[in-house]
Ligand binder design. Structure first.
Ligand code: HEM
Length: 525
């Protein structure tokens, strides 16, 4: 997972959800049929990317509306609006109304003194947004976290893969290393997920019995870290010096990198001065990071051997493994799993019963085993996972710098953007674009079921690319896309194999939804 404003924007605070005010219009895009799944050959080279806007435009050419305000004052004002006065969704929504446009100019936090230049062109609809995936048009160098980049001291002095543009030679080599890691672990994913999340369910049940409620987030942190370590590296953290400390160490390390774009809940003035105006110093997490590094170094010889063959030093490869596993993967699970549970929980017992029936019947007809093939026979379960990604993409902020003068089209107009301009997209507005999705703000569990539903998958963008396309060494799509879809499906499958239904309470937290489980109804059929 990945960008901050977030790179890991997943670590961004949760603000009120948006209700679009621009006019709804009927779905009218011409689409091709797509069959998206966790394929049996997940890491094969994909077809060339879809280039979304290239042709001479027939739309009226419009100057990008908006301005950046006075130097220093403008960015500061926008930062306060974004974090406190308006909140993220309202920050964007109010400007759509003001400019009557889903494309406009604004400053993105953090601004002074953390980022040199906070000025961006904002894209807030599903038509303009995909320009950010087209690496022939945008450069992706050093902008994983937005208009600032955390010190490389957090990562052993190296620039991590997530910060490399595909034109940089190490991008291809390092992405191959991650593909190798993922391919090597394929057979361990299903059993290790079962082991780690069975433990999570046991924990929830024990706490429910003793306290009447249980935090999903806390148990998920431990289960997610264990699952990643065991499936990707074959090592159980509890059997090593790391013990149970992994999640805590990762959280602190990530928080230090993303602090300029997080709301931590401190008093406003203190937070502005301490966290948003200057970056936190890496030396304060150096010892924690070293413990993580040592754990991964000791567990990943087979991957480090492969990296050396590709011309990457063991050290650089290992820092990248820490980053891919802890920042990209653990961070993604930390945000996405509670959110998915929230959407499914809120949908209620009728959906729970349908999911339990579908999942159990498919598993029974596959000899009682959870397999990839069995999961292909669960269209509702698959759709629910995609719909959760659509409603709340875990990495909501994406950036790209125009490689040349571009014309970017929204639904209503075309905009000329100059070479070198930073372009930014807030993904939830693209994936909840009412001109693409009917009832776009609603969680519709079966939205992606059937031929018509599957055609919409090209507008599901959580992986930094359309769900209908695949990561390659030439693009910036999430290397773990298939792995992520698989583990997300496994969470829903394991949940409804074990329970008929569940109830939750959802609270706000600086780091994603705080989901508390208040009841679990054991499987009765
Ligand atoms: C829920 C979990 C995950 C989410 C939501 C997620 C999301 C993303 C996103 C949005 C990006 C693009 C960031 C950008 O450039 O703006 C990305 C990149 C990346 N992700 Fe994931 N990711 C997840 C899990 C994983 C896993 C399991 C792996 C591998 C073990 C992984 C490895 C990577 C790598 C290596 C990149 C950089 C790709 C490149 O530079 O070409 N991610 N991820």
């Amino acid at each position: 997972m990945a960008s901050t404003s977030l790179a890991f924007p997943t670590l961004q605070p949760q603000f009120r959800s948006s209700r679009k005010s621009f006019k709804l219009s009927e779905r009218k895009l011409i689409l091709h049929q797509i069959s998206a799944s966790v394929s049996e050959k997940p890491y094969a080279p994909p077809p060339p990317p879809t280039v979304v806007q290239n042709e001479p435009t027939k739309l009226p050419l419009r100057k990008v509306p908006g301005d950046y305000g006075l130097p220093f004052i403008g960015p500061l004002k926008d930062r306060l609006d974004y974090f406190y006065n308006q909140g993220r969704d309202e920050y964007f929504k109010s400007r759509i109304q003001k400019y009557q446009s889903t494309v406009f100019r604004a400053n993105m936090p953090p601004g002074p003194f953390v980022s040199q230049n906070p000025q961006v062109v904002v894209l807030l609809d599903g038509k303009s947004f995909p320009v950010l995936f087209d690496v022939t048009k945008v450069e992706k160098k050093d902008l994983f976290t937005g208009t600032f980049m955390p010190s490389t001291e957090f990562t052993g002095g190296y620039r991590m893969l997530s910060y490399l543009d595909p034109t940089e030679p190490n991008h291809e080599k390092l992405k191959r290393v991650v593909f190798f890691l993922l391919k090597a672990c394929r057979d361990k994913v299903i059993p290790e997920f079962h082991a780690s999340y069975t433990k999570l369910f046991d924990t929830l049940e024990n706490e429910l019995a003793s306290k009447g409620k249980s935090s999903f987030g806390d148990a998920n942190d431990q289960a997610a870290f264990n699952f990643l370590a065991r499936s990707l590296y074959g090592t159980n953290p509890a059997d090593t010096n790391l013990g149970l400390d992994g999640p805590k160490l990762v959280q602190k390390w990530v928080l230090f990198q993303l602090s300029p774009v997080l709301v931590l809940g401190l008093p406003k003035l203190l937070e502005e001065l301490l966290v948003h105006t200057f970056p936190l110093p890496p030396f304060l997490v150096k010892a924690d990071y070293q413990r993580l590094y040592d754990f991964f170094y000791d567990s990943s010889s087979h991957v480090l051997d492969e990296a050396e063959k590709l011309g990457i030093s063991r050290e650089e490869a290992c820092h990248n493994l820490v980053f891919a596993t802890c920042f990209n993967s653990f961070g993604g699970m930390k945000f996405f799993f509670p959110n998915m549970l929230k959407w499914i929980g809120r949908a209620g017992v009728k959906l729970h019963t349908q999911l339990a029936q579908e999942i159990r019947s498919a598993v029974r007809s596959n000899g009682g085993k959870v397999t990839m093939a069995a999961m292909e026979q669960m269209p509702l379960m698959k759709s629910v996972v995609y719909e959760s990604f659509r409603m709340e993409p875990p990495v909501p902020l994406q950036y790209g710098r125009a490689k040349r003068d571009l014309v970017i089209e929204s639904h209503d107009a075309a905009f000329a953007v100059k070479e070198g301009q930073m372009i930014f997209g807030y993904q939830p507005f693209a994936t909840k674009d009412p001109k693409i999705f009917e009832r776009s703000d609603e969680f519709v569990p079966d939205r992606f079921v059937g031929e018509e539903g599957e055609k919409l998958l090209k507008h599901v963008l959580w992986s930094n690319g359309p769900e209908s396309e695949n990561p390659t060494v030439d693009n910036k799509q999430c290397a773990g896309k298939d792995f992520v879809v698989l583990m997300s499906r496994l969470l829903v499958v394991e949940l409804f194999l074990r329970y008929d239904s569940f109830e939750i309470e959802v609270g706000a937290s600086a780091l994603g939804a705080a989901v508390t489980v208040t009841s679990l109804k054991r499987a009765s059929f």
